[in-house]
Design a protein around this ligand. Structure first.
Ligand SMILES: Nc1ncnc2c1ncn2[C@@H]1O[C@H](COP(=O)(O)OP(=O)(O)OP(=O)(O)O)[C@@H](O)[C@H]1O
Length: 267
């Protein structure tokens, strides 16, 4: 990684085992705090396991995870979230009967609910005003203002993904883990999603670490990529370098997944 980038997430010797399965094997990588970094690799390469180890959902068998310079290897999911780690999941999970606005507001309230563990009703007026301000800002950023009153359950998959992103952005996150954010999105929605993530990074000053199979999207938004294969890190560099790397091509990209200059068919 270029020296001028502050590091958001730093993995050293990270290893994840499930019984006899070595899912993540001695991975060392850095994720910038102020740009978008991709994590790619074939099915079963260990991408989700690596993400889960970053978030604290699975335990590292060995090695370490640092978040903004603080060792969080043995820290709970909730504590990592409070330290600024946010994540979205492959399957969107929203409160289906609540409005878009209220889903996003809850993303902000969850940041201080631990201060008032018994009831959200104890939130101070100043906290409520702040929740409203942040919710409006994030809805605007994610282009959701027009559908603020709709219930989440009535939205298309693409819209639900935007709401999920907005909900995470409304929280205290400074570094986001996005797991296959483009799955279920149309081509048009992918383009909009890419713009929104880029806007969020620029305007809110975030780092993003994204697992994504759509190489067009990766090539468009990621400054750096890390490539996993059989749990091992086989490449780190710019997306352009990854596309040009024979090792990456051979182990992962194949012909059909390489985006064509003309924007040809996707894999
Ligand atoms: N809970 C588990 N118990 C046992 N083995 C697991 C478990 N989760 C994942 N694995 C195995 O660990 C390896 C890495 O899986 P992982 O899901 O992390 O890969 P991935 O790159 O995210 O794959 P995909 O792109 O298909 O989501 C695979 O061999 C998988 O079968």
């Amino acid at each position: 990684m270029a020296d001028h980038h502050a590091v958001g997430l730093s993995l050293r010797g990270l290893t994840v085992r499930y019984g006899g399965v070595l899912a993540v094997d001695d991975v060392r990588l850095d994720v910038a705090a102020d740009s978008i970094t991709g994590l790619i690799g074939p099915n079963g390469a260990g991408k989700t396991s690596l993400f889960n180890a970053c978030a604290g959902l699975v335990r590292a068998s060995s090695g370490s995870v640092e978040l903004f310079g603080q060792d969080v290897t043995r820290t709970s999911v909730a504590k990592r979230a409070r330290l600024g780690l946010g994540r979205t999941f492959q399957r969107v999970e929203l409160f289906k009967t609540l409005s878009v606005h209220d889903n996003i507001a809850m993303g902000h309230e969850s940041a201080y609910v631990w201060k008032h563990p018994y009831s959200l009703l104890q939130a101070l007026p100043s906290e409520r005003r702040e929740t409203e301000r942040v919710t409006e800002q994030v809805m605007e950023l994610c282009r959701l203002t027009d559908i603020a009153g709709r219930t989440a359950g009535s939205l298309s998959t693409g819209q639900q993904r935007m709401v999920e992103l907005a909900r995470v952005l409304a929280g205290p996150s400074r570094l986001l883990l996005l797991d296959e954010p483009s799955s279920g999105l149309t081509g048009q929605e992918r383009a909009v999603f890419a713009e929104i993530v880029e806007d969020a990074v620029r305007i809110l000053g975030l780092g993003v670490f994204v697992v994504e199979h759509d190489m067009d999207l990766v090539a468009r938004i990621c400054a750096q990529v890390h490539v996993l294969n059989f749990g091992r890190l086989i490449f780190s560099g710019t997306t352009r370098e990854a596309m040009a790397s024979e090792l990456v091509q051979r182990s992962y990209l194949g012909e059909s997944a390489v985006p064509e200059a003309s924007g040809g068919p996707r894999a």
